[in-house]
Design a protein around this ligand. Structure first.
Ligand code: KIV
Ligand code: ZN
Length: 519
């Protein structure tokens, strides 16, 4: 493909992605993901919605200060307080963008905002102008654009560009569009908005009908120059356009789209694993590009073709998206150098101090498990990214069970750095008993809404990954734990979720009152 058009990738994992139920992340996790996104070479990172809470503000501020190589963006509604707060968070970025939005569809105007068309245009223009006063990189989104009357959408977009917006983003907020519809909306703007050449057209598709990637590609075919997406497609309800899918569709079918992105595709798998482990949102095995089976050939006829020439059944190479060439097995006798080498091959960039800590975890695991696979290593690395700021942690447990007898658990937890407490508990099974003991020791009374165990790798001694979702005061919180002992993994997952409630409560205590509904 000669001189492909470069499509900008705007990643909103940390903002729209974080709106997935129960997927909230702490500051350290957000910084880690932001660094991974910069390493992936996304053009713009939407780091959060600064006015939403002090936690969101702090995350955007620190990402803006620390992360180099990508533009850092903060979201704001079209009002002064939001925009001022967004700029306060972004001002230390080497390259900042303010993203202002206001709903434009008839249903949002009438029922949510109670504003007429003139008022919408007036507010959109005022919002863009205020943002331009701080920063020359301003994006405007007419929320629910895909359901907005085409003539009115053209008017709003023209007014926003005249006011100084350098990107106009066209959201399909409720995932209602089809590819032909979305392509038509973009074509209409290209053909009818007189100043459209003064801004980049962006597209932001939700996946309610499973069409977010297809709709984004249709938008590109009709003139969009930026795609908004998330890692693993996470986000509100059915999620957003999946970054890895849309990027690889453009790259693999460059012949058709005559377009590409700046993404380093070899970092897709490690970034996907990191986001999955931080959010507790498991990636299904058959997920395109990053799923564990995405390159697995089962049928004999396919395997035969693959051996003769991989291109017979493979349109992308696994190593191009970041799967290691072989699942090399490490074990008890593998040294620090072999471990470090493997982490690099798997796409992780760890500091010497992180390698040393990982080596300790690795040795402990190697005592419990003969063969350590890439997925075990990834689980160890991602588990460590989380445990630094935990209020409650597991010291150990004793279990007494026998067929027909009620299981008894004696559980010991640590609070902070030194306070240690123990509790005895009985339950329907060992997991129930351990959850009851945790509730009693931590003082949290929660509902367990989801509990999932699956193996991280293969073999009888495989590590089990436990994902839980618990509900506290009407809000879901996820937790994740990995261990060769599934009861221990359950305890770690449950404690992880409790620690997230504590972190979120600190943020919620100081949550700001906002006068209009959020995105
Ligand atoms: O889906 C949506 O409309 C949004 C906007 C804030 C861009 O997320
Ligand atoms: Zn959205």
């Amino acid at each position: 493909m000669s001189n492909p058009r470069i499509i900008r990738i705007f990643d909103t994992t940390l903002r729209d992605g974080e709106q997935s139920p129960g997927a909230s992340m702490n500051l350290a996790e957000k910084l880690k993901i932001a660094q991974a996104l910069a390493d992936l070479r996304v053009d713009i990172i939407e780091a959060g919605f600064p006015i939403a809470s002090p936690g969101d503000f702090e995350a955007v501020r620190q990402i803006a200060r620390d992360i180099q190589g990508s533009t850092i963006c903060g979201l704001a509604r079209c009002n002064d307080a939001d925009i001022d707060r967004a700029w306060e968070a972004l001002q230390e970025a080497h390259d900042a963008r303010i993203h202002v939005f206001l709903a434009t569809s008839a249903i949002h105007r009438e029922f949510k905002l109670k504003m007429d068309k003139e008022e919408i245009i007036r507010r959109a223009v005022a919002g863009v102008e205020r943002a331009v006063g701080y920063c020359d990189n301003v994006e405007f989104s007419p929320e629910d654009a895909a359901r907005t009357e085409p003539d009115f959408l053209c008017q709003v977009v023209e007014a926003a560009i005249s006011a100084g917006a350098t990107t106009v983003n066209i959201p399909d907020t409720v995932g209602y569009a089809t590819p032909q519809h979305m392509g038509g909306v973009i074509a209409d703007l290209v053909n009818r908005v007189p100043n459209i050449d003064q801004a980049v057209i962006s597209v932001h598709c939700h996946n309610d009908l499973g069409l977010a990637v297809a709709n984004s590609l249709a938008a590109v075919e009709n003139g969009a120059g930026q795609i908004e997406c998330t890692i693993n497609g996470i986000g509100e309800r059915a999620g957003n356009c999946s970054l890895e899918e849309v990027v690889m569709a453009l790259r693999t079918r460059g012949d058709h789209y005559q377009a590409d992105t700046r993404i380093d595709s070899t970092r897709l798998v490690p970034t996907s694993r990191l986001v999955s482990s931080v959010t507790g949102l498991h990636v299904q095995r058959n997920k395109a590009i990053v799923g564990r089976n995405a390159f697995a050939h089962e049928a004999g006829i396919h395997q035969d073709g693959m051996l003769k020439n991989a291109a017979t059944y493979e349109i992308m190479r696994p190593q191009d998206v970041g799967f290691a060439d072989t699942d090399l097995v490490l074990g008890k006798h593998s040294g620090r150098a072999a471990l470090k080498d493997r982490t690099i091959k798997l796409g992780y960039r760890l500091t010497e101090a992180e390698i040393n800590e990982l080596f300790e975890d690795f040795k402990r695991l190697a005592d419990r498990k003969k063969e350590i696979y890439d997925s075990d290593l990834a689980a160890l690395i991602n588990q460590r990214s989380r445990t630094d700021h935990d209020e409650w942690s597991l010291v150990g447990y004793e279990e007494h069970t026998a067929t027909g007898k009620t299981p008894q658990i004696r559980l010991t937890l640590r609070r902070g750095t030194d306070e240690v407490t123990t509790e005895m508990s009985c339950g329907d099974g060992p997991v129930d008993a351990i959850f009851l003991a945790i509730e009693s020791l931590t003082g949290f009374d929660v509902d367990c809404k989801d509990f999932n165990v699956h193996s991280v790798s293969v073999g009888k001694d495989a590590q089990g990954e436990v994902l839980v979702v618990i509900e506290h005061e009407g809000r879901p919180y996820h937790g994740r734990g990995v261990s060769t002992d599934s009861v221990e993994a359950s305890a770690i997952a449950f404690l992880d979720a409790i620690n997230r409630i504590i972190g979120a409560d600190e943020d919620a205590d100081a949550r700001l009152e906002t006068s209009e509904p959020g995105p």
